[in-house]
Design a protein around this ligand. Structure first.
Ligand code: HEM
Length: 285
């Protein structure tokens, strides 16, 4: 399922796919991949239905089938909705997280000093004898600052998801009529020099105050804001911390000899913002 989704996400016209013109510009192959992905999800749901045992709930799909069969809120728990939820979680939750890791390695190989700083903090707080846990984060400000800087500099969801105005709204003197499609331009906010000095430079230290504590900023909203904020924010924050620290606890990442470091700024702007393909050497610590 994941390779199909990966190919799907990488095809398209970036921001244009979010406009009405998108339907004419999106390559046919994208629709074919989408159908393939839908069909794989349908097969998985069907496989769960066939082997369903109410005394052995194996995962989310089983739980959903159980609630559906018990007849709770039949208008909400429909067969169609379980399919839709799985599709949404996969589409929103895989490429975003994967690209965050891809970008973090891009920055690490470009900034060996930052990588070393994170590894020193890992060695002091976690050591080599155990795996990272979320409670460690509060004692690892430099690591947290580095992850924030990855989120800022490499905005994996540059435009968020399309919304619409439910009523005519005046914003900064501009009238936005009811039913207008509205996109939040997070990339612009994170790369505006009025918000972040030298926005195209990777500087984790910008997130630390004089006491070495992490600075909170209301300009830093990679998961959007408001009632439709990213549903997976908590999970994604957890994954970024645990995966990133585990990778750097075990490996040092380097540019392969004779190759140039991958670009920290240029990337592939499709459904999400991804770095161009690159190679790294993972050296066991
Ligand atoms: C680095 C990782 C991630 C980033 C940067 C990210 C960012 C975002 C953003 C900007 C939105 C748009 C919110 C809006 O409409 O204003 C969004 C929506 C959403 N995200 Fe994430 N996301 C990430 C990971 C995840 C994960 C791991 C999941 C679930 C497993 C997830 C599930 C969703 C869902 C379901 C929505 C739609 C929410 C709604 O419309 O109510 N995301 N995400």
């Amino acid at each position: 399922m994941l390779p199909v989704l990966e190919d799907y996400m990488r095809l398209g016209q970036g921001a244009l796919s979010l406009t009405n013109l998108g339907r004419f510009l999106i390559p046919e192959e994208k629709f074919v991949l989408m159908d393939k992905f839908y069909s794989l999800v349908r097969q998985e749901v069907e496989r769960h239905r066939q082997s369903f045992d109410p005394t052995d709930i194996r995962d989310f799909i089983d739980l959903y089938i159980k609630v559906t069969r018990e007849g709770q809120d039949p208008e909400i728990y429909t067969e169609w909705n379980v399919f839709r939820i799985i599709v949404d979680l996969y589409m929103a939750g895989t490429d975003t997280t994967a690209n965050t890791f891809r970008w973090s390695l891009v920055h690490m190989v470009n900034h060996p000093d930052v990588q070393k700083g994170v590894q020193q903090e890992i060695d002091q707080v976690i050591g080599q004898g155990r795996v990272a846990k979320m409670e460690d984060k509060a004692r690892m400000p430099f690591t947290e600052a580095t992850i924030l800087e990855v989120f800022r500099m490499s905005t994996v969801v540059p435009f968020g998801i399309a919304h619409a105005t439910s009523e005519t709204t005046i914003l900064d003197g501009y009238t936005i009529p009811k039913d207008t499609v509205v996109l939040g331009h997070f990339y612009r906010v994170f790369h505006d020099k009025n918000n972040f000095e030298e926005p195209y430079k990777f500087k984790p230290e910008r997130w630390l105050d004089g006491d070495g504590k992490v600075i909170k900023s209301d300009k830093m909203v990679p998961f959007s804001i408001g009632p439709r904020v990213c549903l997976g924010k908590g999970l994604a924050e957890m994954e970024s911390f645990i995966f990133f620290t585990t990778l750097l606890q075990n490996f040092t990442f380097k540019v392969p000899e004779g190759e140039n470091p991958p670009s920290e700024v240029e990337g592939l702007n499709t459904s999400t913002f991804a770095p161009y393909d690159y190679r790294v050497r993972a050296v066991r610590r």
